[in-house]
Design a protein around this ligand. Structure first.
Ligand SMILES: [Zn+2]
Length: 151
């Protein structure tokens, strides 16, 4: 089979189930890989506390917060953190981008900045800048784009 040249040839799709948040309607796709659905469900049932893709934090069981569709489906593999960072760099040319998560070579860590104020929902500001949050599609890191404060 031929691979179109404009597609990444690594991990074309991932197997997922999805849930719809009972509170805000956001859809969360959970990658389950090759796990049998019953086993995936058992592992998800063990998770208390989560952050909804709709950006609210809950302390309740993950399973209870969503209406689940347990029919697995294939979806395109989300971009890696490195690929997502490159997309951000193209979307915000010349802007500084910070990482909040496991260190990445060449990307300054948000915690290195002084004078940051948390303004809620994981957003930060300083006297001169706002830091716009972009969660990586794999939800493994948060990136922040530094923009000048509106006067
Ligand atoms: Zn929600």
């Amino acid at each position: 089979m031929e691979t179109p040249s404009n597609r990444r040839e690594t991990n074309a799709t991932v197997r997922c189930v999805s849930g719809t948040c009972k509170k805000c309607g956001a859809v969360m796709n959970v990658e389950i890989g090759e796990l049998p659905v019953q086993e995936a469900r058992r592992q998800l049932a063990a998770r208390n506390g989560y952050e909804c893709p709709g950006r609210h934090h809950e302390l309740s069981p993950l399973l209870d917060g969503f209406r689940w569709d347990w029919t697995p489906f294939e979806m395109p593999a989300p971009p890696t953190d490195e690929e997502f960072l490159e997309q951000l760099r193209q979307a915000y040319p010349g802007r500084r981008i910070f990482n909040l998560g496991a260190p990445m070579p060449g990307v300054p860590h948000l915690t290195e900045l002084r004078g940051l104020e948390h303004v809620g929902f994981g957003e930060f500001e300083s006297a001169d800048h706002v830091y716009v949050r972009h969660d990586s599609p794999r939800r493994s890191r948060r990136f922040y784009v530094q923009l000048p404060r509106a006067q």
